[in-house]
Structure formats: C-alpha cells, structure tokens
Design a protein around this ligand. Structure first.
Ligand SMILES: NC(=O)c1ccc[n+]([C@@H]2O[C@H](COP(=O)([O-])OP(=O)(O)OC[C@H]3O[C@@H](n4cnc5c(N)ncnc54)[C@H](O)[C@@H]3O)[C@@H](O)[C@H]2O)c1
Length: 443
C-alpha cells in the first residue's frame, strides 16, 4: 500500500514515519525546501522523542521518502493525506488557505482513484469544501477520475507523538463510501491487529470530534486554574483538591494540573475556531468563551505574583526563567505562556536569562537578543532576583537546591507548574509562590 502525506510538520512527519513503520510506503511532501533538504540529509527539523530512529530506519528500508513535488509523491497512491497547518485567522476561524491549496493540487495531479484524507484539524464542513476544490481542479483539466474524501483527525500530543500514533486510544475515521472505508481499514490494519478501536462515523461527526476533544481538555485546564485561583483566596491547596476530585473515577486526574495556562499550536486555536463555528450558527458556546477568558488571565498569573512581591517597576531586576516550550518534551513555543511572561517582565524593565532543554533555538528565533540565553539550568540563575519555573521539564523537578541558592541573589521561587513542595521550600528557607497553593511563607 502506498500513500502521500502533504505537510511534513509535527503531524505529517510523525504520521508518515509511523505509517511507514506499520508497513505502508509513504512519500512526505512539503513546500518548505529547508525541511525537505534536512530530512533527506538524515536530520530532524523538529524535536520529538523516538522520531529520528523511526525516520532513519524506514528511509533505509525504502518505505519513507521526502520530496518537494506533490506530483511525484502522488504517483500510484491509494490515499493522500492533507496534514498542513490550519492557523487561526484574524476572526478566530481556522485559516483553510493551505488545506484548500493542497486540495486543488491533488485535483491537478490525480491520475487514478484515490482517497483524500484530511488529517489537519479543520472546522465541520471543510471536507465538503476539499471535495469541491478537487472536483473543480479535475473539471479544469477536463478529467473525470473518481475519488473519495475522508476525515481522520489526529489526537497525538507533542512530546509523546510517536507513542500516541503507534498506540492510540482510538482512531477516528469519517467516511462516506464503502470503498473509502476499505482503504482506511487496510491503512490502519496494523493498529486493528493490536486491538486499537477504529471508530468509523460520518465525516461531519469526525470533524466535530477533534474540536470537541481539544475543547474538553482545555476546559479541564481552565476549570482547575479557576479553582486554583479561588483556593488562593480561601486558603485551600489546589493540589489536595486535585487529588480529592481526581480519584473519583467519573472525573479522573488527567488534565487537572493547575498552572500558568495552556498554550501550544492546538488548544488555543481549536477553542477559538469552535467558538467561531458556534457563532456562525448563532449558537453561543458560553462554556468555551469562559475557558478562553480564564486561560488568557492565567497566562498573567506568574507576572502578577512577581509584581506583587517586587512591585510593578522591575527596572534593575533580573529573573531566571526555566522552561520556554509550551510543555515538556517539545521544542514548540507557539502560544507558550513563557512568551507572555517574558514580554511582561521586559515591559516592566526586568532582564531575563532563560533556559530550556530543547526550545532555545526556537525561542532565539522569536525573541532574538531581547533576553539572555543560558547554557544550562543553573547558569540561568546567576545573579537573578528569583527563579521562575514555566515548563515542568523532568530535570527541573528535582534540582540541586544548593546550586540554586548559591546562584540566586535572593531565595525566591515562582513555580508556575507546582513542581515543588511548599513546605519543603519553607524548610529550605525559600520564599515560594505556587499556583493555587496555601501560602506557607508567613506560616
Ligand atoms: N501539532 C500538534 O500537536 C497537532 C496535533 C493534532 C492535530 N494537529 C493539526 O494538524 C495540522 C498540522 O499541524 P502541525 O503542528 O503539524 O503544523 P506544522 O506547522 O508543524 O506543519 C505544517 C506543514 O505544512 C507545510 N505546508 C504548508 N502548505 C503546504 C503545501 N501547500 N504543500 C505542502 N506542504 C505545505 C508547512 O511547510 C509545514 O511544514 C493542523 O491542522 C493542526 O491543528 C496538530
């Protein structure tokens, strides 16, 4: 079986490599020449645990290739996946420019029956537009070639993308013909053998499932953050509350970590896009509007705590920031809370020296010389007035506190992910500020 995947980003590259690992022959296409050249030179354009090994193995075995040419990639394929970006437009809706561009290209180069699978996260109804764009391109060249569209939204998490793809909780597939369903079943045969549920449904429901899933997860995060803020006011500890509610099997403990807000390339834009779909249908998604509002406010929580401690004018102050990626395990800094915090610190006159195990290059590309880049986690602390933890990388969780205390000017920690124990921090002589935690500083 042979497929093409158009768009070789986090989703396209991981999907391509993992499907090759399952025995499919995959050609990955991208318009980004640098990316394709890197991949053809055996280098990785993104950081994703385990991906480099799978890419290398499948390239060597001849099942995975990279090209700039959609025409070449589409030669005798059973399916073409669209995995390009769908960034938010100015009004919050998903910008479908790239998806529809690719659909036209597929119509232009298609030479036999093919299933066109949308893997990008797209608003309900987009597959109909994909189908129309392909049909128009076919009509433009006077061709009449049968094809089907299918929706196969992706649920992988950056940082765990490979394991999520190879062992997902489920695969969601929206189809409208038996022929397309059979192609998709062959494609995911290896996963069905491993008892992964393959959930077939209509296309509109598959498209909606993806947005509903991300919106539900974002809702849990904003919910616990809202509760955390109230915990601070009433003197409760959100970590205890989380244990208390998370052990209820109806609730569960995942995605209930209080912190400094969600970021990344998916939750913020998908929540916005679903709200816009609601608006388009004159249906107010009140819950999601609140989810978004709470998250925007939460991204400012660390700065508010810092300003409360040091005052609004931070001229002459210096802060060590640990963690720049929007979450551990990835170099992705899109919509990262760290960027909001850094901007607020710089605006208030402070200097920032930051460290992240993998997202330094990505941050330098965005922020240039506005901040200093440390060579290691302890190097970031040198002469700083306080340490601010923004991303919960494993190596930050059990640091050498003696190193921290030697390097910092003052023993102050702002912990945006609640990775330290406030009681222990007090015993070690730190002023400690977590999120939604009982204040032990004066106790
Ligand atoms: N990143 C995630 O964790 C994740 C998870 C699930 C779903 N998604 C969804 O998957 C889609 C892709 O996300 P991503 O994070 O992989 O994006 P990305 O920005 O990492 O990659 C998109 C790629 O598409 C390429 N591209 C754009 N136009 C093209 C064209 N005409 N032809 C060929 N290539 C083209 C870009 O050069 C880029 O390499 C989005 O809709 C996103 O919402 C992302």
């Amino acid at each position: 079986m042979k497929i093409a995947i158009v768009g070789t980003g986090y989703v396209g590259l991981v999907s391509g490599a993992c499907l090759a690992e399952m025995g499919i022959t995959v050609a990955c296409v991208d318009v980004d020449r640098r990316k394709i050249e890197l991949l053809n030179a055996g280098k990785m354009p993104i950081h994703e645990p385990g991906l480099a090994e799978i890419v290398a193995r499948n390239r060597t075995d001849g099942r995975l290739s990279f090209t700039l040419s959609l025409r070449e990639a589409m030669w005798k394929v059973d399916a073409v996946f669209i995995a390009v970006g769908t960034p938010p437009d100015e009004d919050g809706s998903a910008d479908l420019r790239y998806v529809l561009e690719v659909a036209e290209g597929i119509g232009a180069w298609m030479n036999d029956y093919v299933v066109v699978v949308t893997k990008s996260t797209v608003p309900v109804g987009t597959n109909h537009r994909v189908k129309a764009a392909i049909a128009a391109a076919l009509a433009g060249r006077g061709a009449s070639i049968p094809f089907d569209v299918a929706s196969n939204p992706e649920f992988l998490k950056e940082g765990d993308a490979v394991s999520d793809f190879l062992a997902p909780d489920r695969v969601v597939i929206g189809v409208e013909s038996e022929r397309a369903r059979r192609v998709m079943a062959r494609l995911y045969h290896a996963l069905s053998l491993n008892n992964v549920p393959i959930l077939y449904m209509d296309i509109l429901s598959a498209e909606m499932t993806k947005y509903a899933a991300n919106s539900m997860l974002a809702t849990r995060i904003s919910f616990i953050n809202d509760i955390a803020n109230l915990c601070e006011l009433v003197g409760a500890d959100v970590e205890a509350v989380k244990r208390g509610i998370g052990s209820d099997t109806r609730i569960g403990s995942k995605f209930l970590n209080a912190g400094c807000g969600y970021g990344g390339s998916c939750f913020p834009k998908d929540v916005k896009a679903l709200i816009k779909t609601g608006d388009d249908f004159h249906h107010d998604l009140d819950v999601l509007k609140a989810v978004e509002r709470v998250n925007e406010r939460q991204k400012g929580t660390l700065f508010r705590k810092i300003a409360r401690h040091f005052g609004d004018d931070l001229s002459g102050r210096r802060f060590a920031v640990w963690g720049l990626a929007f979450k551990p395990g990835t170099d992705d800094t899109r919509e990262a809370p760290s960027l909001v915090l850094i901007e607020q610190l710089l605006c208030a006159g402070a200097a920032v020296r930051a460290f992240d195990p993998v997202a330094m290059g990505e941050t330098r590309r965005r922020l240039g010389d506005a901040i200093e880049y440390a060579t290691g986690m302890y190097d970031a602390l040198e002469g700083a007035d306080a340490l601010v933890v923004v991303t919960e990388w494993a190596e930050f969780k059990v640091p050498k506190f003696t190193f921290i205390e030697k390097a910092l000017k003052q023993k102050i920690i702002f912990d945006g992910r609640n990775i330290y124990d406030p009681v222990q921090m007090k015993e070690f002589g730190y002023r400690y500020y977590g999120v939604g935690r009982k204040d032990w500083n004066e106790a």
